[in-house]
Design a protein around this ligand. Structure first.
Ligand code: GDP
Ligand code: MG
Length: 670
């Protein structure tokens, strides 16, 4: 119970065989569990699990049993659980011998890469000894040309119990030989069932392909990137803190309704996996004695518990002969979740029969043309390639935020430590680059982004020569849909650090860090300054001032004002009044002096300082309020937060001693 999950051994046996050959009866004999009753029982709870039973062996080892139905829709059911099968119990009835689905199930098992197994020659109570022998020979013959030639065969009867002990021993032997899985790395669970359970909400079940599922985990359901939280984990109907790769699990998910999830979806560690409609694969056609797989043939693709329609593209060949294998591309009509090394099966569109299967070389790649003979070589290289080559291929895409080590590991089927050392090698060779903290892209893409940023900055400065530079937000929006904002920021960072872009507030300037006005406009600016200074606080309207200063008409004058404001040379107040910085600094000093002396500023005081009419007084006072220098109090102004904070500092005595005239001035209005 409290034992670390990785220390336990999780073994799953799957049945296979023609319909009515006695698979379910045999599971019942071995485990005491009737998997056929499951449909009625599913409403009662996950303790009865799916049509999944468990077999407690004399050694204390518990083997999960996946009993598959033998009818036409068998493949979907079998594949739903078969990804996690460690070995197969092939059931052949002695009275019928090898039948079509006996063969097809074996083909599927082979395509899924399951190598271990054993044969139960069942219903032996029904036949004479010679028939038994004939059936056994029949089985031996179909196994002979396959990786399963050495599977042991055990005669058994579910009716009389004959052979049960021997069969159980043989199962135990296989179970003990299964290598323990680690449970390390990101988690991936193919969902084979979804239902609602009173008190738990949405529950999904499946055989955990990789990683560990823990109570409280944040997860992503793919395709569609739907977030959820694991509310509870159950194994064999019992609540556990965590379940590891190889176990049959039920997860109660918080955050998703039953109708938002379907069989074929995946529960995954957020960010670790992605959906793909284009897969580069190694494909093998079943055979001999079957049809070829044709170029562009429409097929049913099965991976985990998912099924998708799609077409096969071969490179430089028109078909795949029975028993042959080659690299190929699968283009699916709906996305699946796939990673390098995943096993899959394809079946014909019609009539529905297993056509082949294989392994994913790379998921979510670009389309390759059938005439692209080089693609075949590239794929073969990728398939056999070093970790660095596989990672370089994974980075060849254009990820919106770059890939983390964990994501690269999951996509390339490479251990995390190996990814790290291979990445270091790629970075050193200038083939990969970091895009922000611990996120990687190809060096070429990194360069492309850099160039695009520089070009955008240059264009912007060309269009708006009087602005400091392009706004960060504009750069982000230029990459919208391609790069996430944080990735754009990450790409900008080294350009700033390297002195290529010079930041100022939210703008970034390419080239020289300071923007000087061209002489013609410098002269206008200087004249403007003189005009404003001469006017005292009763400045002319901005339009008049600009006209008198000889500013060019139209947008350029506005650009000039934006520039001068940006440089702090002038300040634009509401009502578009322009003041030089000196004027406002002087005003601030004089107002501060009065406030320090009297503790407040009357309208009359203000008029004495500025000599302005109401038209100017209002925006100027609002400016002072906005600066935090003053604060309105009735008709008067009192020290604002800026002064209040300063007054508390040390000069506190001065205003206090000078407040004799507080409230004394006549409250005349301007
Ligand atoms: P499945 O489709 O492979 O799961 O087959 P079932 O386990 O449902 O069995 C099909 C039929 O064969 C049922 O009527 C069983 O009672 C019968 N059956 C299964 N095993 C044996 C056996 O060992 N001896 C006899 N006489 N009948 C059996
Ligand atoms: Mg059955």
């Amino acid at each position: 119970m409290g034992a670390p999950v990785s220390a336990e051994r999780h073994v799953i046996m799957g049945t296979a065989g023609h319909v009515d050959h006695g698979k379910t009866a045999l599971v019942r004999l071995l485990t005491g569990i009737d998997t056929d009753r499951l449909k009625e029982e599913q409403e009662r709870g996950i303790s009865i699990e799916l049509g999944f039973a468990h077999l407690d062996l004399p050694s204390g080892l518990r083997v999960g049993v996946v009993d598959v139905p033998g009818h036409e829709r068998f493949v979907k059911h079998m594949l739903a659980g078969a990804g996690g099968i460690d070995f197969v119990l092939l059931v052949v009835a002695a009275d019928e011998g090898v039948m079509p689905q006996t063969v097809e199930h074996l083909q599927i098992v082979e395509m899924l890469g399951v190598e271990r197994g054993l044969v139960a020659l069942t219903k032996v109570d029904l036949v004479e000894p010679e028939m038994r022998e004939l059936a056994a020979l029949d089985v031996r013959e179909i196994l002979s040309g396959t990786p399963f030639a050495e599977w042991p065969l055990h005669p058994v009867s579910a009716l009389t119990g004959e052979g049960k002990a021997e069969l159980a021993r043989a199962i135990e032997e296989l179970a003990i030989a299964v290598e323990a899985r680690t449970g390390a790395g990101p988690m991936r669970l193919p969902i084979d069932r979804v239902f609602v359970m009173e008190g738990f909400g949405t529950v999904v079940t499946g055989t955990l392909w990789q990683g560990t599922a823990r109570e409280g985990d944040q997860v992503t359901v793919l395709p569609g990137a739907r977030p959820a939280r694991v509310r509870q984990v159950q194994v064999h109907g019992r609540k556990v803190q965590a379940a590891a790769a190889g176990q049959r699990v039920a997860l109660a998910l918080h955050g998703l309704d039953k109708n938002e999830i379907a069989r074929g979806d995946w529960v995954t560690t957020p960010g670790a996996f992605r959906e793909a409609s284009i897969l580069d694969v190694r494909l093998r056609a079943v055979g001999p004695g079957e049809r070829t797989i044709a170029q562009r043939e429409r097929v049913r693709f099965h991976l985990g518990a998912s099924e998708a329609f799609g077409r096969v593209t071969f490179f430089g060949r028109d078909e795949l002969e029975p028993g042959e294998d080659d690299v190929a591309q699968l283009r699916l009509e709906t996305p699946v979740v796939a990673a390098r090394g995943d096993r899959f099966v394809i079946r014909r569109y019609s009539p529905v029969r297993t056509a082949g299967g294989g392994q994913v070389i790379e998921a979510a790649t670009q389309k390759r043309r059938r005439s692209d003979v080089a693609a075949a070589q590239a794929l073969t290289a990728l398939e056999r390639g070093s970790a660095a080559e596989r990672i370089a291929a994974a980075l060849a895409g254009r990820p919106a935020v770059g890939l983390t080590v964990e994501e690269i590991a999951a996509r390339t089927g490479t251990a995390g430590a190996e990814v790290e050392s291979a990445l270091a090698e790629l970075v050193a060779r200038g083939e990969a680059a970091e895009l922000g903290r611990a996120r990687y892209v190809s060096a070429a893409y990194r360069e492309e982004i850099r160039t695009e940023i520089e070009t955008a900055a240059r264009d912007y400065q060309g269009r708006y020569p009087l602005r400091h530079g392009i706004q960060r937000g504009e750069l982000r929006s230029r990459f919208a849909g391609r790069l996430k904002p944080e990735a754009v920021d990450a790409a900008i960072e080294p350009l700033v650090a390297g002195g290529v872009l010079h930041p100022r507030e939210d703008r970034l300037r390419l080239g020289s860090p300071v923007l000087a006005l061209p002489p013609r406009l410098r002269a206008v600016a200087d004249r403007l300054r003189e005009i404003l200074l001469e006017a005292g606080y009763s400045v002319p309207s901005s339009r008049d001032a600009l006209a008198r200063a000889g500013a060019p008409a139209g947008p350029e004058a506005q650009e000039l004002l934006v520039y001068l404001a940006g440089e702090g040379e002038i300040v634009r107040l509401a009502d578009d009044l322009l003041y030089t910085r000196e004027q406002l600094v002087r005003l601030e000093n004089e107002v501060t002096a009065v406030l320090r002396a009297k503790g407040e500023l009357t309208v009359a005081d203000f008029k004495t300082i500025t000599g302005v009419s109401r038209k100017y007084a209002v925006p100027l006072l609002e400016y002072l309020d906005g600066r935090g220098l003053t604060r309105r109090s009735g008709d008067n102004r009192v020290p604002g937060r800026l002064l209040a904070a300063g007054a508390g500092g040390g000069s506190g005595g001065a205003p206090a001693s000078g407040t004799s005239g507080a409230g004394g001035g006549p409250a005349t209005s301007c």
